[in-house]
Design a protein around this ligand. Structure first.
Ligand SMILES: Nc1ncnc2c1ncn2[C@@H]1O[C@H](COP(=O)(O)OP(=O)(O)OP(=O)(O)O)[C@@H](O)[C@H]1O
Ligand SMILES: [Mg+2]
Length: 411
């Protein structure tokens, strides 16, 4: 894109009518003046064009090294410098460091100065001490120092520097944005890592409590029940028969509760027989309501997924089915599980009263409920994604796509 800049049209050549000699001198003087103005305005017009290009190019960069290279490139063009260096501040917010860089304008190449500096450039920097130095800084604090080295000991070409100040402000802003985006990305990754660890710890804990309940509490209750039954046989017809029968009934009730708790915490079938068996078991045992028909369809029949995906898939289905029982007033529920290439697709579909998904999610974000958010979080942390489609009066469909192959551990 060309910069528009006023040219020297306001000046017109002198009237040739008076004295031809004087007119010639004047003509030559005007010519010289025109050329000088052309040079000055031409330089500035070119400078403005470079500044305009920099305005378009710098904000689009999201990688610190390539942004710094672009900054050095435009700084060299605007100033006429032959070498530009960037030295980062010791610490740019929360320990992130920008890379130091040396830019060779003639070759239009940047070298990360963590590696060896080409000897020619190092010599140029040593020779020319009269560098122009600019601090790049933003709201995040000092970002670094940009040094511009003139092409030869004589110095910078004249008239090339007036646009450097606005350029430095632009460069600082672009660099600050890259640092902020990088920091935001890092904290998001940290949050995701923490959430994943939390969910894993929760599953491990549930598995542990379920096992303890089953092995300790359940076994001991069974032992008490057997003792009570033995006492009952010895004391048949006596005054203690009724209280013992009552105690046996209480222990029976407790045993059922413990079993329900154990299974609710972490169905053993999920660990022992896998996702498909666990989904079948859950639909048969837990999705029961008058007038409700539930159907499960799986392809391939013996589908197995990586453990992380199986747990996520089961928990998502569990929440979607609980929501159906609690809110949907549906008469039909379908659960579909399919392998699709590298992914597994889970769909939980009901023909109930539906709801406004946007409003539901907004309410959940304000802390009114957990289910919708946990389903999404589980899918995302397992490396997949989740979508809920629903409209009042038109049923609800929860779709989750999860990895069907184990992910490589991230470094
Ligand atoms: N299948 C469904 N049919 C109709 N409404 C639903 C369905 N699933 C969710 N909803 C609506 O979305 C709301 C939010 O669901 P969410 O699972 O987040 O919360 P909850 O089930 O009310 O509580 P919890 O946090 O214990 O899960 C529900 O209160 C309900 O109004
Ligand atoms: Mg819920």
């Amino acid at each position: 894109m060309q910069a528009h800049y006023p040219r020297q049209r306001a000046l017109s050549p002198p009237d040739r009518g008076s004295s031809p000699a004087a007119a010639d001198i004047l003509q030559r003087s005007y010519q010289t003046l025109f050329t000088a103005l052309e040079q000055v305005f031409g330089q500035e017009a070119q400078g403005l064009q470079w500044l305009q290009e920099a305005c378009l190019a710098l904000p689009g960069q999201d990688n610190a090294a390539s942004l710094l290279e672009a900054i050095c490139h435009y700084a060299a063009q605007l100033s006429g410098a032959s070498v530009v260096t960037f030295e980062p501040s010791a610490k740019v917010c929360s320990g992130d460091r920008l890379p130091p860089l040396i830019y060779d304008a003639e070759a239009d190449r940047a070298f990360l100065s963590a590696g060896p500096t080409p000897p020619g450039l190092a010599a140029q920097i040593r020779e020319r001490r009269s560098a122009l130095s600019f601090s790049l800084a933003g709201r995040v604090g000092a970002l670094g120092t940009l040094k511009l080295y003139p092409p030869k000991p004589g110095g910078f070409p004249a008239g090339r520097q007036p646009l450097l100040q606005p350029f430095i402000a632009l460069a600082s802003l672009a660099l600050q944005n890259v640092v902020l985006v990088h920091q935001a990305r890092r904290s998001q990754e940290r949050m995701q890592g923490l959430s994943r660890q939390l969910l894993e710890a929760q599953e491990t804990e549930r598995r542990h409590i379920a096992r303890e309940l089953h092995d300790e509490v359940g076994q001991n209750l069974t032992a008490i029940k057997i003792s009570l039954q033995t006492m009952e046989r010895y004391l048949e017809g006596g005054r203690l028969e009724a209280p013992i029968a009552e105690s046996i009934a209480i222990v029976d009730g407790l045993l059922k509760q413990v079993q329900a708790l154990t299974v609710g915490l972490r169905p053993p079938v999920l660990d022992d027989l896998g996702l498909v068996a666990a989904l079948r078991w859950y639909l048969e045992r837990r999705v029961r309501a008058p007038g409700l028909r539930a159907r499960l369809s799986v392809w391939p029949h013996a589908l197995r997924l990586p453990p992380e995906s199986e747990t996520a898939c089961f928990r998502i289905a569990q929440e979607a089915l609980t929501n159906i029982l609690r809110h949907a007033e549906a008469s039909r529920v379908a659960v579909l599980l399919r392998r699709r290439g590298r992914e597994a697709l889970l769909i939980v579909h009901d023909n109930g009263k539906g709801f406004d998904v946007g409003a539901g999610q907004a309410a959940a974000l304000q802390g009114m409920s957990l289910g919708l958010l946990t389903m999404e979080e589980r899918a995302r942390l397992a490396g997949g994604r989740l979508e809920i489609r629903s409209e009042p009066g038109k049923g609800t469909m929860v779709c989750a796509l999860l990895p069907a192959r184990a992910r490589r551990p991230s470094g």
